[in-house]
Design a binder for this molecule. Structure first.
Ligand code: PMP
Ligand code: GLN
Length: 383
């Protein structure tokens, strides 16, 4: 039999799948893959069921149902004063993962370079490689995971076309400051780069910090492609409803890719998410409070176990330094914890191409029931 495609020759099983499998096999408490182990809101599930009963069950328009595109456009206007035309500038995708694939494949030619800020969500590099592009890593340096503007500037060449930024940031929980965002944006403008802004955790921001969409920064609306997803905001990661907001030219290119990847996205779920977005203002305070409570409790317990690190400002992840507890690297320590302590975490070196800094950390997901977090802490006791 002939070989499979070269473009995937160096791909491995995703770290999220690997860790979830190991957690099951070892009956470990799973604080690895990023998803809540509790359900999203009943009222939204009931709306989804109603949408099915009402007959929203055939193919949706390929770029998204009119209701959902309108509600996406409405919330960008209401929360951020950003105007996206629902007809031509909003495209619905199967989660943010498809959105990322589509944006990259719509923009990148073979040989084009794409700046990825590491640690990164793993699908960025895979999507760049599938498009024939070249990922160029720039490290967000521990312990505060800031980037050095000079390093970033040095990584940009005449072949650089796109920079990918994730804010709030998985896996570190960092919420970028306005100054940091402006410094990256200025380089994007100076070098005429597109900027893919992955904002899936836009509403998971704590302690009065405010999410700043990259597109709101001066000169950035036209060159920013914003990607988000209902999965995190409604605690329903399995629904896989995401979207791309971009200018008309880029949206058109994205739609050309999307129509041949999935064509259309689940109709009743889109209709349900549209209703969910209408209720965002009422829903969000309780949602943020729930996750803030989990973050605070888990953080205090981790500190008691001797893990010393800054309180994450956003997302549902903590990037926890392990050097004080072990001489092992992240992968070996993660394996030891799964097997001997029955706690699964993600070794973040999977999110780096260049730096070895990830080897000194583990990522913990705290989007879990109180009893799950309690069991994990009990299992880690005395570490
Ligand atoms: N971007 C980031 C930073 C993520 O953590 C995730 C993972 N959930 C995604 C994109 C993908 O989101 P979705 O589940 O909507 O595909
Ligand atoms: N984004 C989630 C995480 O970081 C998982 C998504 C996935 O499994 N692909 O854990």
């Amino acid at each position: 039999m002939k070989e499979t495609a070269l473009r995937i020759a160096d791909f491995k099983d995703s770290i999220f799948g690997v860790i979830s499998r190991l957690a099951r096999e070892n009956q470990a408490v799973n604080l690895g893959q990023g998803f809540p182990d509790f359900d999203g809101p009943d009222w939204l599930k009931e709306i989804a069921f109603k949408k099915m009963q009402e007959g929203h069950n055939q193919y949706a328009p390929f770029h998204g149902t009119p209701n959902l595109r309108q509600e996406i456009s409405n919330y960008y206007q209401k929360f951020y004063q950003l105007n996206y035309n629902p007809e031509s500038e909003v495209t619905v995708t199967v989660g943010a993962t498809e959105a990322i694939y589509v944006v990259i494949n719509a923009l990148i030619n073979p040989g084009d370079e794409v700046i990825v800020l590491e640690p990164f969500y793993d699908s960025y590099v895979a999507s760049i490689k599938m498009a024939g592009g070249i990922p160029v890593p720039v490290t967000m340096h521990a312990p505060d995971f800031s980037i050095d503007a000079k390093e970033l500037e040095a990584a940009i060449t005449s072949k650089t076309k796109l920079l990918i930024l994730n804010n709030p940031h998985n896996p570190t929980g960092k919420v970028w400051t306005k100054e940091e965002l402006i410094s990256v944006s200025q380089l994007a403008i100076k070098n005429d780069l597109y900027l893919l802004s992955d904002e899936v955790y836009e509403f998971l921001v704590f302690d009065g910090n405010k999410h700043i969409p990259t597109a709101t920064l001066e000169g950035m609306m036209e060159r920013t492609i914003t990607v988000s997803s209902a999965g995190k905001t409604f605690g329903l990661t399995g629904w896989k409803i995401g979207w791309i907001c971009a200018n008309q030219k880029v949206s058109h290119a994205c739609r050309l890719v999307h129509q041949y990847v999935t064509f259309a996205v689940s109709t009743p779920m889109q209709e349900a998410v549209a209703e969910g977005l209408k209720k965002l203002s009422d829903y969000l305070p309780g949602f943020v409070e729930l996750y803030k409570g989990k973050r605070d409790t888990f953080y205090i317990e981790m500190k008691k176990l001797g893990f010393d690190f800054p309180l994450p400002k956003g997302t549902y992840f903590m990037m926890v330094p392990i050097k004080k507890h072990t001489d092992l690297n992240d992968v070996d320590f993660a394996m030891k914890l799964i097997k001997e302590r029955k706690v699964a975490t993600v070794p973040p070196s999977a999110f780096y191409l260049k730096s070895a800094e990830g080897q000194g950390y583990l990522r913990f997901c705290f989007a879990k029931k109180e009893e799950t977090l309690k069991s994990a802490i009990q299992n880690l006791n005395g570490l």
